[in-house]
Ligand binder design. Sequence first.
Ligand code: PMP
Ligand code: GLN
Length: 388
Amino acid sequence: MADAIFSSLPTTIFEEMSGLARELGALNLGQGFPDDPGPEAIRAKAADAVLNGYNQYPPMVGLPELRQAVAAHYAGAQGLDLDWASEVTITSGATEALAATFLGLIEPGDEVVVFQPVYDAYLPLIRRAGGTPKLLRLSPPHWRFDRAMLEAAFSDRTRFVVLNNPINPAGVVLPPEDLALLAEFCVRHDVTAVCDEVWEQVVFGGAVHRPLMAFPGMRGRTVKIGSAGKMFGLTGWKVGFLMAAPELSRTLARAHQFLTFTTPPNLQTAVAFGLETGADWFTAMPRTLERSRDRLAESLRREGFVVLPGQGTYFLNLDLPASGVEEADRAFALRAVREAGVASIPVSALYEETPVTTILRLCFAKRDEVLDAAVGRLAKARELSRAD
Ligand code: PMP
Ligand code: GLN
């Protein structure tokens, strides 16, 4: 029943876990945000823009300087040929970009292929727009899809597919052959791809992020979504990028104008500056995060925990049964935050059907001492779970 879509939802797992961490004074390896305050020059630019810049409504689709910087960034980083004037819209975070896309493009009855684990915002927004999600289930340790899975999910009624790559919570970067396969299905079924690529800059260990938009036949049928929050480790800023061919962009802007209309101009100015001057940050940031990921993984392994491979995002996944934890992920996550003082994300929260209940997501974008202390607390939670 349409009325119940939002009223029947629980509070999102990210807020639930951060709320418990705040209330209990626990270490928070749940919701994904870094301890690092973010690039100082970009924050200084924002402060200057608040004090000395323009603080009234900016243009609805975003400041030209930011739209130009976005197009130039993706030309350099991903070889895309976006026209800033007709193909780039600035939104209040990737979340608003997703909402504008779903509310702007989906018509009642459209089928939308969605991969599980699914980022929490997708399904309620797709349903509110009148879409019917067709769920496809990815599972650890590799979280990959194949031709048979796509054959089962796509039909003549499919109008959209939503792809999150690099994948949150899996932490994996999809290989080009998987993207080529998905592109083949999009073209064959005349489907528009909604690509949530907010983690595109947070990729390590030689992995390369490739935008689905660049695959054959996809340029005109892809909506690409990015987030300055993830690019610059400033998750509270909520400056998003919405990119698509001109006709799609016109519709997306129509939806955006009635969701938020616009995005704080001072933050837009600072993000434009960040994109123009950020080459060093884009090299250093993934290296720093990779070091944190390796530090957490090594100390977890020393404690006898088993971690899954990953090549991106802020997240490392624990295989609970292989780590000697018999409890399901949610029960263990609640125990860990309440009894041992460390918050995490149970990955089952990001499934709607047949959840994977064996994986715990940990955010490693934290100071060394936080990571070290968290491992001791997770070991304590495991002890307590064995004692019960
Ligand atoms: N999509 C994914 C996959 C995310 O992980 C996040 C935030 N972590 C978002 C969208 C939302 O991004 P924003 O904060 O820019 O709204
Ligand atoms: N995307 C963040 C995460 O995965 C959370 C964002 C949110 O809380 N809405 O942790």
